[in-house]
Write a protein that binds this ligand. Structure first.
Ligand code: XLS
Ligand code: NI
Ligand code: NI
Length: 440
């Protein structure tokens, strides 16, 4: 028996590129084998709970636009509402054939009067999820704690000037890590929603950074204590909601991890829209994470390029996505990570099937992007040119320069004796761009 929220739609079929059915996949066939692996296993799709089932459709100038049977204006018993929401959520995950989902504690359980009540409510829903996950085979990509919505967190969580808030947040993360482990989650995400400042006039930055460094270390220590095998991920974002956030971008997060001794313990969950907010491209953030060895997972939702805001739209730019997946696949693909849609509908898209259509489009675009990426990897279409460009580093003198076998003085001697006289070579950018366009 279903809730009926999506009418009689229980499953979205794959119908291929010639289909005009809005409720069918045109490009994503989970069982299609590409480069030796099923598409489902390359992409590892996850659907987020918060935007699809909790967000009311508000914006700074207007309130709720969505009418959902489990919203407070429709149901007075919050636990019953949370369970109906879970029923609909799992119906949608199943219909789309998404292998994973992601949630914050506050998305799934009613807010209690205190910490103990929050924990009790969370555990009741985790029990409920356990049953649904067993019935459907849907798994948890990551769990996380919402340390930004409640007003207690208005000045941050781990970076709050008040140690009581630090404690409340740390205790909450403990319960969410417990829940994630119980549900077999493959990662745990820390997004520093308000770990930053509004004004430096009231901020002790050194103290806030040390607090946050300790906060992350506490999480890692606890992960090892309970034997959680998943990956701890930080999701960089430069600003919004605060003016400046300490987890600004991948490079900043790496510096932070290094300073607090966590560079081998924590990886990054990179969101396309956050990369744009930081003044980077998505592929810049992915390439940085790969170069630093901290790539973990992605939130594949785009921003509007004009709005300067985290608009969390479903992805639809296949050429950009192909390049993003190229960086992921070239480095070996996902391990514990996956493709999460931290995406929300536009507030005018009030029909239940808009939720399905948004995800279908996003999943189809990802499928096209990843196929182009995998073909480029397989053909060495770009890497052969890049490898050739750096091939000079294989000669013995170059190796000595890199590994410390040559001092500055010895390099000078060598340059003089061998009459080293470098000749500029073409960077081949247009050629490479044309090659990419052949694949997308
Ligand atoms: C907000 C973030 C958030 C994280 C999870 O901008 O993207 O949704 O993914 O807390
Ligand atoms: Ni975001
Ligand atoms: Ni996100």
């Amino acid at each position: 028996m279903t809730t009926g929220f999506f009418g009689d739609i229980t499953s979205i079929p794959f119908e291929g590129p010639s289909s005009t059915n809005p409720l069918a996949f045109k490009h994503y066939d989970p069982n299609e084998m590409v480069a030796g692996k099923r598409m489902e296993d390359h992409l590892r799709f996850a659907i987020c709970y918060w935007h699809s089932f909790c967000w009311p459709g508000d914006d700074p100038f207007g309130g709720q636009t969505f009418d959902r049977p489990w919203f407070p204006d429709r149901m007075s018993d919050p636990m019953a509402a949370a369970k109906l929401k879970a029923d609909v959520a799992f119906e949608m995950f199943s219909a789309l054939g998404a292998p994973y989902f992601c949630f914050h504690d506050a998305d799934v359980r009613p807010e209690g009067a205190n910490f103990a009540e929050n924990t009790k409510n969370l555990n009741e829903i985790v029990d409920y999820f356990e049953g649904k996950m067993a019935d459907t085979g849907i798994k948890l990509l990551w769990g996380t704690a919402n340390l930004f919505s409640n007003r207690r967190y208005m000045s941050g969580a781990g970076s709050n000037p008040d140690p009581d808030v630090f404690a409340f947040a740390a205790a909450t993360v403990k319960t969410c890590l417990d829940a994630t482990m119980r549900l077999g989650g493959e990662n745990y995400v820390l997004w520093g929603g308000r770990e930053g400042y509004e004004t430096l006039l009231n901020t002790n930055m050194g103290s806030e950074m040390d607090q946050l460094g300790r906060f992350f270390n506490l999480v890692v220590e606890y992960k090892h204590k309970i034997g959680f095998k998943g990956t701890i991920l930080i999701e960089p974002k430069p600003q919004e909601p605060t003016k400046h956030q300490y987890d600004y971008d991948v490079a900043t997060v790496y510096g932070f991890l290094k300073r607090y001794g966590l560079e081998d313990e924590v990886r990054v969950n990179i969101e396309q829209g956050h990369a744009i907010l930081a003044g980077h491209s998505f592929e810049h953030e992915l390439a940085t994470a790969n170069a630093l060895g901290i790539f973990g997972s992605i939130d594949m939702n785009r921003n509007d390029y004009q709005s300067g805001w985290d608009t969390d739209q479903f992805p639809n730019n296949v050429p950009e996505m192909a390049i993003a997946y190229y960086h992921i696949m070239q480095a070996g693909g996902f391990t514990t990570g996956g493709t999460n849609f931290d995406s929300k509908l536009r507030r005018q898209s009030i029909s239940p099937d808009d939720l399905l259509i948004g995800h279908i489009g996003g999943m189809d675009c990802c499928a096209r992007g990843v196929k182009a990426a995998l073909a480029m990897v397989e053909d060495k279409a770009l890497s052969s040119i890049v490898d050739e460009r750096y091939s000079g580093w294989k000669k013995p003198e170059a190796d000595k320069m890199l590994t410390g076998g040559f001092s500055l003085g010895e390099i000078a001697e060598w340059v003089e004796k061998a009459d080293i006289n470098p000749q500029p070579k073409s960077g081949r950018q247009e050629l490479l761009e044309n090659i990419v366009n052949r694949y997308v």
